[in-house]
Every structure is written in C-alpha cells, then in structure tokens.
Ligand binder design. Structure first.
Ligand code: FEO
Length: 619
C-alpha cells in the first residue's frame, strides 16, 4: 500500500523508510533506520527526483504509481548516482520506457557503469551542466553542480518557482521519518542533531571545501524549502543548519570541550582516561568518553567534529596502535579533521609505541596542535604519574582561556567592574533603516551596526536585536535592504522605524519616501544617501542579537549628503528631554527619549527602542 506525503499542491514525498538496515553503506550503524527520500513534482510535466534503495523498491513503486494518478512519468532527475538513490533506475525505465533521464555528464558515465540498460541515451538522456534550466510548465528547475558532496557527479536542483532546493545528500540526517516529514514537526535539536552531525561528518566531512562551495552557491538563492535525500525537509530555521554546515565544513569546533577516546584491553588505559576526565570536570570542562572497541567509529568521528579538544588513549598492540583505535585515527585523518588540540596517552607493558604512532598519524593534519608530553603508562597508572594527568588537564584548560576557535566561546571570568560601558559610545556608529519583506508584509527597523567585511565577494555584516520583528523576517527570508540615513534625516524617521514594532502595524503606511529595490524589498528613498541589498550567507546567535553576514546583491547612491553618525543623531537630531517637573525620580533613554519613572528594574529593556538599562540616564 502506498505511503506518500503531500508537500504542497504540486510536490509529493514518495520516499520510503528502512528500519531493517543494519549498516548504511555497509559501515554506519543506523539503529533508528534511514529514509530514502524521493520527490515527485506534478506539473504540466511530471518529474521524479531520484529513486530509492533496492531494499524498499516495492513500496517506492506503489508510491509513485499512486502519486502519478495515472499520468506518465516525463522526467527522472538523477542528482546522485549512489545506489541508495538510483538502485531502482532500471526497473523505472522498464515501467516508464518513455521517461527522459536528466543528469550531468559524470552521472551519465556512472549510469552506464552501474547498469546494463536497454535505453536509448542518445535520444532520451538530457545532459545538463551548471545553471541549465528545465521548464516543466509552472515550474522552472535550475541545475547546480555540487561535486564531492558526496560523490563527484552530485548536483542539486533549485525550483525557482517555489524556492525549493533539492539538496541531494546535503542537509541529510540518519533516522527514519516516523510519520513526520518536516524538521519543525520534531524536536530536532534534542532528538536528531547528533544524527544530523554523524551523517554530515561521516558522509561529507572529508569534503569541507566542496561543501563551502555549495553553501556559497546556495546563498545566492531565495530558498523557501530544502528537500534532502535523507531525513527531514526544512521549511524554516535555515540558519540553524547552515550555521552547522558552515562550522563543520570549515572544521571549526561547535563547542569547547574534550572528547576522550580510549582503547583498553584490561581497563588500565581506561582508568587513566577516566581520571583525566575527572580532573577536567573538576576544572569545569565538559567531557565525553568513548570506548573505541564498543562505540562504532562513526559516532566518535561525529563527536570529534563537535568538540574542540581530543584525547586519544591507547594500549600498544602488536607493536602498534590498538586495532580499533588505529581504525578510528585513520578514519579521522581520512575525514580531514582539523583545528583541534590533541592529547595522547599510551600504554605498553614492555615496549610502548602507540603514543608516537598516533602522533605520527595526526601530525600531518591541518592545524592539529598535539600537546608536547605523551603520558606513557607501563601496564597501569602509578601514583607518581598523577601529576602528569594534572599537567595534561591543566594544559587543556589553559587552551580554554586562550583564543582557540569555537562557536560557543562565551566571555567568562570577565571582571565587569573594570568595564565602563560608556566607552561604547566613543565608537563611531552610523544609523540605518534595515528593511525586509516576508510574503506581503514589509517592515523595517533602525540599526547602528553595518560593516563591510570582504571586498571579494562584497560581503557585509549587520547586528540586529532579536526583539525586532525585522530580525525574525530576515532569519526566515534571508534577504534585506540597508538604507543609509543622512544628516538630513528628521527625528520622525527614527520614531517611525525605531520606536514601535512592525508586528502589529504597517510602518510604511503613509510613508511617502520609500520604493522597492530589485529584490522586491522596500528601501527608504528620502533622507538617505545610498541603499544596499544583500542576501544572508550566515547567521550567528549572540544572545540578544544575531549577527548576519550577507553578500551584496545590489547597491546604489541616492545623494551626496553625509551619512549620519550616532553622535550627530544625539547632538543634533534627537530632541533634548524636556525638564520633567512633575517626575520626582526616573530615567530617560538616551536612544529614543523614553522616560521611565522610578528605579530601573533588573534586566530592564526600553519598551520603545529595546535598548537596555545601560542606555538610560537619570533625569
Ligand atoms: Fe545518500 Fe551519497 O548517498
């Protein structure tokens, strides 16, 4: 019996879950199963995006037969020739002999390698290259090459009509779908992030540069949905997965902490690893531990992509590294592990060798810092070696206070008494109207942080307070305009865009000075000297604010007037607070002039402009 899911009026998930598979690709255990996603677009022409693994072929054909509702299949797009996605190709051709196969030249060669097909490729194969398009009626499909994400022939497809990216293996997750189809239907962060990471690290982890290249190409697209070949479909929260992919593909640890992997035959190496873990925890450092003979390597590889510091503790075996540890180290080297600090513990009852051999294997990896001293055990850890364990723990801890890169670095141990927040007002800032559009909703707010960070590509960075509705719109739509305010800007513009939320009002109503840029988003056409349109490449969560990096897609000058600075705004534009005769005690917001009577409660935020207590001064 068919089991399909409707994605929208034209698009159906016709994939199949497999919970019987023990080892994906023969090497990755999948206790929670795996989904082989396939999608059927029902336009004036019918289009199938990939097939599925042979093990679930029967259900797959029931699905496409039902989804086609008696129509013929016009096109099969082969995005990836790995057999978990193309195994049903020959049976598909038998069932739909007139189908046209759309693939690139590399896929075509692989099709001929994998199958001995009675198929007229000259007539019925359409070989596409970068940015070729196919019109299927209402929809236009654009083909984008993504070599080595995961195989050399991989391509992804962008449906520019609906903004859907069919992303092949990219953004895939291990695990069957269990009735849900969209990532927002489950607690992804809690229940699936580990498997999302394990899939990435093991399947695409080696190919960071190529993943970066795909991210770069995708950043130019206006994406509303991402449909991968495994796991959930994404229809929002794209910054969440793009941020993960950006970190992983640059081999930047997600978190500061220590992954300890040990190989121990009789428990003595494990004992040393365990004591080190305790000392690290005593120092407030997160640790995770794996017995490499028990936990499959794919989980430890994934964990190594997560944590900033790695410890390998191995007994010596056959004058080498213990078998399962050697496999793990080889696996990590093949997956291109980089940018980590490593500590090594070895054990050897008569000729310890594992430590130097582990070092040798890791030394050629990029930016792997191996702590100088290997802790060398002779059969078991001795009391007099405890200081050596302490020394390793302290050396790791010292790295935590240095500026080693990690996405979750937080300012710790900061002496706030030594910080004068008024110093921030000495920095030069501009003032900008940041605008976004989500479907029919236009909105804008005032920000003060816009900066060019690279010239090629022309890339800027903006910081946006999460309390702003515009912030949420940009997170969702990934596009915005910046209107650079000039010194001619009246206070009313700041009131209009800075002192109220666009959630419940139309900030552009009766605004006689706005127009739309090429991206369809409004910009301010009066009192500004230039406009910049940009597409978000990455977003970084910094608590109260999100930092968006974005590529400039359009920019134009409107006048020669000087850009307004924060200081000019304070001194010239912003009306001075009136003497508050009746107010006995209170504070006034230096940003927008809002007056709060009485003491400022802890954590107070200006209800108008969302600035904190630090921006208030006593009346
Ligand atoms: Fe899901 Fe690379 O195949």
């Amino acid at each position: 019996m068919h089991c399909i899911k409707k994605i929208n009026d034209d698009l159906f998930w016709v994939g199949v879950n497999d919970r019987r598979l023990a080892m994906f690709e023969g090497v990755y255990s999948v206790a929670n199963g795996v989904s082989y996603n396939s999608y059927l677009l029902s336009d004036e022409k019918t289009v199938l995006f990939d097939t599925v693994d042979k093990a679930v072929m029967q259900r797959f054909f029931e699905n496409i037969t039902f989804a086609l509702r008696g129509r013929k299949l016009d096109y099969l797009i082969v995005q990836h020739m790995e057999p978990d996605h193309c195994a049903c190709l020959s049976e598909l051709i038998i069932k739909f002999p007139d189908v046209k196969i759309i693939c690139n030249s590399k896929s075509l060669a692989l099709i001929k390698q994998f199958f001995d097909l009675d198929f007229n490729f000259e007539k019925n194969a359409i070989v596409v290259k970068e940015n070729d398009t196919l019109n299927t009626g209402k929809h236009t499909l654009q083909f984008i090459m993504a070599p080595m994400v995961h195989w050399p022939e991989v391509m992804v497809t962008f449906d520019s009509t609906d903004g859907i990216l069919f992303s092949a293996d990219a953004f895939g997750t291990f695990g069957a779908l269990n009735g849900a189809l969209f990532a927002d239907e489950v607690d992804f962060n809690k229940d699936y992030l580990d498997e999302f990471r394990r899939y990435y690290a093991n399947i695409a982890g080696k190919y960071g540069d190529q993943v970066q290249s795909l991210l770069q190409k995708a950043s130019a697209l206006k994406i509303n949905m991402i449909c991968p070949l495994h796991g959930f479909i994404w229809r929002n929260n794209f910054s969440y997965i793009i941020e993960k992919y950006s970190l992983w593909s640059c081999y930047i640890p997600e978190e500061k902490g220590v992954m300890i992997a040990y190989a121990s035959v009789y428990g003595n190496t494990e004992n040393a690893a365990e004591i080190l873990s305790c000392r690290l925890r005593d120092l407030g450092i997160k640790t995770v531990m794996f017995d490499v003979s028990v936990t499959p390597a794919s989980f430890i590889v994934a964990s190594s992509f997560r944590w900033s510091h790695l410890v390998f503790a191995s007994t010596t075996y056959n004058a080498g590294i213990f078998i399962t540890m050697e496999d793990l180290i080889n696996d990590l080297v093949s997956h291109n592990i980089q940018n980590r600090t490593v500590a090594v513990i070895e054990n050897g009852s008569w000729a310890a060798a594992s430590g130097s051999l582990i070092r040798e294997k890791l030394e050629n990896c990029i930016n792997i810092k191996i702590l100088d001293k290997t802790l060398s055990l002779k059969s078991s850890l001795k009391k007099e070696q405890l200081p050596e364990i302490e020394a390793i723990a302290n050396a790791i801890a010292a790295g935590f206070t240095s500026n080693s890169t990690s996405a979750s670095s937080h300012a710790k141990d900061v002496n706030t008494a030594s910080i004068d927040p008024s110093v921030m007002f000495k920095l030069s800032y501009g003032l900008f109207v940041l605008t976004a559009r989500d479907e029919d909703k236009d909105n804008g707010c005032i920000i003060n942080t816009v900066m060019q960070i690279t010239a090629s590509p022309l890339r800027i960075i903006i910081a946006v307070n999460k309390a702003n509705f515009t912030h949420d719109m940009i997170l969702k739509t990934k596009s915005f305009n910046i209107s650079v305010l000039s010194e001619t800007a009246p206070f009313s513009i700041f009131q209009q865009f800075g002192f109220s939320s666009g959630k419940d009002k139309d900030k552009f109503k009766d605004c006689g000075y706005s127009d739309r840029a090429a991206n369809g988003i409004r910009y301010i056409s009066g009192y500004v000297n230039c406009v910049i349109s940009a597409n978000v490449v990455n977003s970084y969560d910094y608590g109260t604010h999100t930092l968006f990096t974005a590529d400039v897609t359009q920019s134009f000058v409107l006048s020669d007037e000087k850009s307004v600075t924060y200081q000019y705004y304070f001194e010239i534009i912003k009306p001075k607070p009136q003497a508050q005769k009746e107010v006995k005690k209170g504070y006034v917001c230096k940003i927008c002039g809002y007056v709060h009577e009485g003491e400022l409660p802890e954590g107070f935020v200006c209800p108008l402009c969302k600035h904190g207590a630090v921006d208030f001064e006593p009346i």
